[in-house]
Design a protein. Structure first.
Length: 149
């Protein structure tokens, strides 16, 4: 896998890099692989699994896609707030400004792509637009607010 130069450090596309940037572990780590990552935007690959929160009967409710967007947004914010070389602080989803679900559930194993891009950032507070796509069809689109501790 080719590493990505984000200006202040090299970020691998290796799935373990996600754990360097987000505190989520075990079944709460929903992201599988980084496709693109910068201090402005992230694109990740995701496949819903049987052990995901609220999974059952071969699918997960679409509500989980909001958390996928929040975690993808968290990757961007972790890079951005860590520009001084220090360990990025924990971040929290503090609001959902907009959110539209175009499905009510997602099948386990579906190949999903999530994109999140900063629309506003100041002093550890960020607003990011995000969407989750499967087979070129948007499943969720929204705008989330995150704040670092």
């Amino acid at each position: 896998m080719r590493p990505v130069d984000v200006g202040y450090r090299i970020v691998s596309r290796d799935p373990s890099q996600i754990e360097d940037l987000l505190p989520h572990r075990g079944r709460m780590k929903l992201l599988d692989r980084i496709i693109e990552l910068s201090t402005e935007k992230a694109v990740v690959s995701v496949r819903p699994k049987d052990d995901w929160p609220m999974a059952g009967e071969g699918h997960v409710p679409a509500l989980v896609l909001l958390e996928v967007v929040a975690q993808t947004a968290g990757l961007v914010c972790s890079l951005r707030v860590g520009l001084d070389g220090e360990e990025p602080p924990l971040g929290y989803l503090v609001g959902v400004r907009t959110g539209t679900f175009f499905t009510d559930r997602v099948e386990i194993g579906a190949e999903l792509t999530c994109r999140a891009e900063i629309s506003f950032f100041m002093a550890g507070y960020a607003v990011l637009k995000g969407e989750v796509i499967a087979d070129e069809e948007v499943l969720f689109s929204g705008e989330v607010q995150l704040v670092g501790s």
